[in-house]
Design a protein around this ligand. Structure first.
Ligand code: GAL
Ligand code: ZN
Length: 703
């Protein structure tokens, strides 16, 4: 990408800053803000995300004076501005004069202004007004010395079910299917008398008596995502025409279901994300790492921007825990370690009024003479020591496949069990790699997989013939493939693929099934590792620099290895399948119930590679053991053996980050002397990390 993060980091190092909403404050405060920003090392602010009504108080009348002064002030203090296109929150006049711009829910209920996000993505008036404010901003600020990038909208995700949206949906369907016969076929409308004889009969999935046609719903998800993307593109094209050298972004929300971020990322210059980890949840560090890795994956490995995070408590949960000292720094450095070149916060100064007046900020209500602001300042300063990381890659030999369409198709009503969810499967399979410090790229099924030694597909309920063939070719060509349960079940129309499952993958897996058997809540199904049947199970002896296999023989290692641990048991929950081997080795079997003795986990020599199939939801320890076996097959290992629990290890460029998410002090052995970029000290033998401490280690160079 021509206009990547480097356009911002060159000469600035890592970016540090936040959303700046000066329109909430008298101008006297602005000068002080600028001074405080300088002192804190702020070099980027996002301005104007929610300023539409201030910038255009009535249709077509603009008031840019105040924004001119804000941008001039930022330029005078050498702070770059990420200028927002304020389309996420239209002014009341839009909904008042053109009620058709207000979104309509599934029950036909219009949503009002008085909050934010109240727009119909398909409304012609909204689209025109969006373009007009975009054009006005681009014309006025192109060439302003502070302007460094554009931020279109905010957290795209609106959905509308109105008649205009229905018409746009029909246009989208016409483009996809061409004629009604094809649509009827794709939607399977012979079921429940749903045949359409006229395009005008087709509506969005509105509130209905019972389960909506799954293909209609799937296409609706696709359409809604594409419609928002069309809105994004319209603003982007205007901005590009005025400022061809400035990068354009829109901020994501991690694993957010409504928008296919792979399609968005392909259309923007910089991937940016908003990240508000849930405090107190033991899975949070892994989930946060996973979303960071997704951001890297969305950009094809390029550095990304953490657009929003919080210094302390948010206000959108019912009970909002503050972050203890050191926590936001730990989270911020976690993002750096996983490829972020910029660390920004919502927001600079805590609001006195409005819906988010109890949301933490970089300058709290109590002012700058506070513990929190002192921490902000110290963090902004220390990021300078990491400037050399800007642009550095996070190398990964493992990929995890994730797909929005499959997610949409999977999590619909009327399936065997709603206990199996796409993002949960993703996190379950990701966690053992995270715990072992093995970096993972999150990629779409269409990605080029050839560079990866191991490809994990936690769930791919919907798969196209082409993607299934690519996965097959990947394994046959020497890769190691791991496929989770209920994958390969439907085609892109969400029609079940008939024959033994997973139909398009059963050949590479050397295994197939015939029944899905969800199990009762709370019931744990005992499974048993089988002793290795043949020496091949000891792993692929792929020689190479990385091929020593997993060297952490942690507590999870009682697993499917050939060293005689056959017979050990593990638990599985929620989901089982009636499977048989068609040539694959049965690595684990169900040990009780009607499936006792039948395969639960299989491993197949496929061409030059290996393919695993997991027909249940194994517990965390068993997934850990599986991950170790797959890593051994692939000849991949983490950067450090025996990481203490709670310690995250990840390499970026030549720097090894160690982050202690745990509550106690730990000693982490290191193989060679290293300099800690954050403290300037040299460590030998081991590093000691107190709770929430971080080390950024570069191999020691004698000074
Ligand atoms: C984000 C949003 C911000 C602010 C923040 C609060 O979702 O983009 O405008 O609302 O959450 O955490
Ligand atoms: Zn609408």
């Amino acid at each position: 990408m021509r206009l990547g993060m480097h356009t911002l980091t060159e000469g600035r190092g890592l970016l540090f800053g936040g959303d700046y909403n000066p329109e909430q404050w008298p101008e006297e405060v602005w000068a002080k803000d600028a001074e405080l920003m300088r002192a804190a090392g702020v070099n980027l602010v996002t301005v104007g995300v929610f300023s539409w009504s201030r910038l255009e108080p009535e249709p077509g009348r603009h008031d840019f004076g105040w924004l001119d002064r804000v941008l001039d002030l930022m330029a005078a203090h050498d702070i770059a501005v990420d200028l927002a296109i304020p389309t996420a929150s239209p002014p009341p006049w839009l909904g008042h004069r053109w009620p058709e711009t207000l979104p309509v829910d599934e029950r036909g209920q219009r949503l009002w202004y008085g909050s934010r996000n109240q727009y119909c993505p398909s409304s012609r008036v909204y689209r025109e007004r969006s373009q007009s404010i975009t054009t006005a901003l681009a014309e006025r600020y192109a060439g302003h010395p502070a302007l460094a990038m554009w931020h279109v909208g905010n957290e795209y995700g609106e959905v509308c079910h109105c008649d205009a949206s229905a018409a746009a949906f029909r246009d989208w369907l016409r483009a996809r299917y061409g004629d009604l016969d094809t649509l009827n076929e794709a939607w399977g409308t012979t079921f429940w008398s749903q045949g359409y004889g006229d395009w005008a009969e087709i509506v969005p999935p509105r509130h209905a008596p019972y389960i909506i046609n799954p293909t209609q719903r799937l296409d609706w998800w696709r359409f809604c995502s594409d419609e928002l993307l069309a809105h994004f593109r319209e603003q982007r094209d205007i901005l590009r025409a005025h400022t061809p050298d400035l990068p354009i972004t829109t901020n994501f929300m991690g694993l957010f279901k409504r928008v296919d971020y792979f399609s968005f990322a392909a259309e923007e210059d910089i991937v940016s994300n908003d990240c508000y980890p849930e405090p107190g949840n033991p899975r949070t560090p892994a989930l946060t790492a996973l979303t960071h890795d997704l951001m890297r994956g969305l950009g094809g490995g390029r550095p990304w921007l953490l657009m929003e995070q919080s210094t302390s408590a948010v206000n959108f949960r019912g009970h909002n825990l503050p972050k203890p000292p050191g926590q936001f720094r730990l989270e911020s450095l976690q993002a750096v370690a996983r490829g972020a070149d910029g660390l920004c916060y919502f927001q600079w100064r805590a609001s006195r009024f409005g819906a988010e007046r109890f949301h933490a900020a970089m300058v709290p209500h109590a002012g700058e003479d506070t513990r929190l602001h002192a921490e902000v300042r110290a963090h902004g300063q220390e990021l300078r020591r990491l400037a050399s990381l800007a642009g550095q890659p996070v190398p990964a030999r493992v990929a995890m496949v994730f797909d929005w369409a499959s997610w949409w198709a999977l999590e619909d009503r009327g399936r065997p069990s709603d206990r199996l969810n796409a993002t949960e499967q993703l996190l379950d399979y990701y966690t053992p790699f995270f715990e072992r410090g093995v970096s993972v790229d999150v990629v779409p099924p269409s990605a080029d997989l050839s560079a990866y030694a191991l490809v994990v597909v936690p769930n791919l309920f919907l798969v196209s013939d082409r993607d299934a063939a690519a996965l097959t070719a990947y394994a046959r060509g020497g890769g190691v493939l791991v496929v989770g349960p209920f994958s390969g079940v439907v085609d892109p129309n969400a029609h079940v693929r008939t024959g033994r499952f997973p139909a398009p993958l059963r050949e590479v897996l050397g295994a197939s099934g015939e029944e899905w058997l969800p199990v009762a809540d709370g019931q744990v199904v005992r499974c048993r590792w089988r002793a290795a049947a043949n020496p091949d199970t000891a792993g692929l002896d792929s020689a190479g620099p990385d091929s020593a296999g997993p060297d952490s023989a942690g507590p999870d290692s009682a697993g499917p290895d050939s060293a005689g641990s056959g017979g050990a048991e593990f638990g599985a929950r929620a989901w089982t399948e009636l499977l048989r081997s068609d040539g694959a080795e049965v690595v684990a079997e169900f040990a009780e119930g009607d499936l006792a003795g039948s395969p639960a986990v299989l491993r197949n020599r496929a061409g030059d590679g290996v393919a695993w199939y997991v027909g249940t939801m194994p517990d965390a320890a068993a997934l850990g053991a599986l991950a170790e076996r797959a890593l051994a097959d692939a000849g991949v290992r983490g950067p450090l053996p025996g990481l203490p629990p709670g310690v995250e290890a990840v390499r970026r460029g030549d720097v090894l980050f160690l982050l202690n998410h745990g509550t106690s002090t730990v000693r982490v052995p290191i193989p060679e002397p290293a300099d800690d970029l954050l403290t300037g000290s040299t460590a030998e033998g081991h590093v000691t990390l107190t709770s929430r401490a971080v080390a950024a280690l570069r191999p020691h160079t004698p000074s």
